[in-house]
Design a protein around this ligand. Structure first.
Ligand SMILES: [Zn+2]
Length: 247
């Protein structure tokens, strides 16, 4: 791996200018977010520093380790811990930054390394994005999911993935059943995934269970797990008897 790049203010501004041009031409239309170069105090933002470092010599980018990125950001922010920006700029902000690891199929780079793949396309899947805004209609939401169930992927009006004799219908389903069923808390689910017992769960926008929505379901857990939960809660509440509000 090469030594750390030394980038002065002028080169940072010039690389940022290139990024901004590509963003304007190719990425803005997909809502990829361009980080500001300067914050209100006139300092470079960390996001911009990371993006600039990765875009050095574009399109001849190279892989950069997290340590190297951290070192670079520290030259402006000496107290920075591990730099997480590269991962966030990728999957969340939409820049096609490959993060090393076995799931990555685009470039062969090892875990803990990053490489900017292109400035001409957003991160794969970012176009669909599943980023639902509060003004999205049900039709728009289904379109963002390619007319598929967020959880199992079965396609509307096609045979169900697991039950081929059943025609898939898509229903409005809560992400968090304790919140109202409106855009922002709504995913399309097929009639099989959107069943009564789903009210136990909180889903993310990829239709994956991320939390328990109904505390009573803890009774179904194995004893080992219940004991662990008990220990966690006992420690959190320091064994005090809770004045429980009914809710
Ligand atoms: Zn489903």
């Amino acid at each position: 791996m090469l030594d750390n790049l030394i980038l002065n203010k002028k080169s940072i501004e010039s690389i940022y200018k290139t990024i901004r041009e590509f963003h304007e031409k190719y990425l803005k239309q997909f809502d990829v977010k361009l980080p500001k170069l300067y914050d209100l105090q006139g300092n470079f933002t960390k996001d911009a520093l990371v993006l600039v470092y990765l875009a050095y010599d574009y399109p001849n980018t190279r892989k950069v380790s997290k340590e190297e990125l951290t070192k670079f950001v520290r030259s402006y922010y000496p107290n920075t811990n591990d730099v997480q920006q590269a991962r966030h700029l990728g999957a969340q902000a939409g820049w096609w930054i490959v993060a090393g690891g076995r799931d990555n199929i685009v470039l062969r780079i090892e875990r803990g390394s990053y490489q900017l793949y292109t400035l001409e396309q957003p991160y794969p899947g970012f176009k669909k994005g599943h980023r639902i805004t509060e003004t999205d209609t049900w039709g728009k939401i289904k379109e963002k999911y390619n007319y598929r169930c967020a959880t199992c992927g079965s396609q509307e009006n096609k045979p169900h993935f697991h039950w081929p004799a059943t025609k898939t219908t898509l229903q409005k389903a809560h992400m968090d059943p304790n919140k109202p069923l409106v855009a922002g808390n709504l995913i399309p689910q097929c009639q099989k995934c959107n069943r009564g017992d789903r009210n136990r769960w909180v889903y993310d926008n990829k239709g994956r269970v991320i939390k328990l929505a109904d505390a009573n379901f803890v009774r179904n857990f194995d004893k080992v797990v219940r004991e662990k939960i008990y220990r966690i809660l006992y420690a959190e509440f320091e064994g005090e008897k809770l004045n429980l509000k009914k809710n």
